[in-house]
Design a protein around this ligand. Structure first.
Ligand SMILES: [Zn+2]
Length: 235
């Protein structure tokens, strides 16, 4: 009886029955394992290859590596999505390892038959530029071109929800749109489920870095991302 009541309550949650793949960019020990990380993997159609991953960026004072930031935001988002009833699949759950490579990151979302996949990053842009941007795939190197349209739609929703919490659009790329489509990211090219990347700020910019270091700011980012997922899944 209690189990049935609990099951009914879970089914009533807005994201019940959905699966979301979260991909916190990079990993804390990537920098110490150059040969593994620089190994090329298939990263798109037409023989396109790229390094397994990179180390990611960091704040100018070196105190906050991108990999630690992305995992923290992903965990906050995971908790929010699970509280809404979603099944969440993570590409990594610690920040002291190496990889997975970009092809495996895409494969994790594909194997989970995720309804949506989201790669979480912060950028290493020019110090004078700040703001966020989102990245959607292009069809040219995509193994599943049919995901391009729903991925672009997801990217636009992400942009709207990040702007709604007051995040400024990137001043250094995207021509003020804060949205670019790229065919050089294996994580997007190899996805068979709708997927976008978010670059949640420029770690090399002092104003953005101060924000990205704050737990309260990360929580607001996770809230905005959770709202975007919910909207994109029409829940
Ligand atoms: Zn990154």
């Amino acid at each position: 009886m209690i189990a049935a009541v609990l099951a009914a309550a879970a089914a009533a949650l807005p994201l019940a029955g959905t699966t979301v793949a979260l991909d916190p960019g990079h990993n804390g020990a990537n920098g110490a394992h150059a040969s593994q990380i620089n190994r090329e993997v298939v990263a798109g159609t037409g023989g396109f290859r790229k390094a397994c991953d990179t180390t990611g960026t960091q704040t100018n004072d070196g105190r906050l590596p991108e990999s630690r930031f992305t995992l923290d935001v992903a965990r906050r988002l995971q908790r929010r999505l699970e509280a809404l009833g979603a099944r969440v699949v993570m590409t990594r759950t610690s920040d002291d390892g190496v990889g997975p490579c970009i092809d495996e990151r895409a494969a994790i979302g594909n194997r989970a038959h995720a309804d949506l996949a989201l790669s979480i990053h912060a950028d290493g842009g020019p110090p004078g530029g700040r703001g966020f941007h989102v990245i959607a795939p292009l069809a040219r190197r995509a193994v599943a071109p049919q995901i391009v349209a729903p991925s672009l739609r997801f990217a636009r929703i992400l942009r709207a929800r990040l702007e709604a919490i007051g995040l400024p659009r990137s001043t250094y790329l995207g021509g003020g749109t804060a949205l670019v489509q790229r065919d050089d990211l294996g994580g997007l090219n190899l996805s068979r489920v709708p997927k976008a990347f978010v670059e949640l700020g420029n770690m090399r910019n002092a104003a953005d870095a101060r924000l990205l270091e704050r737990p309260a700011h990360r929580d607001r980012l996770a809230l905005a991302l959770a709202r975007a997922v919910r909207r994109a899944l029409r829940r």
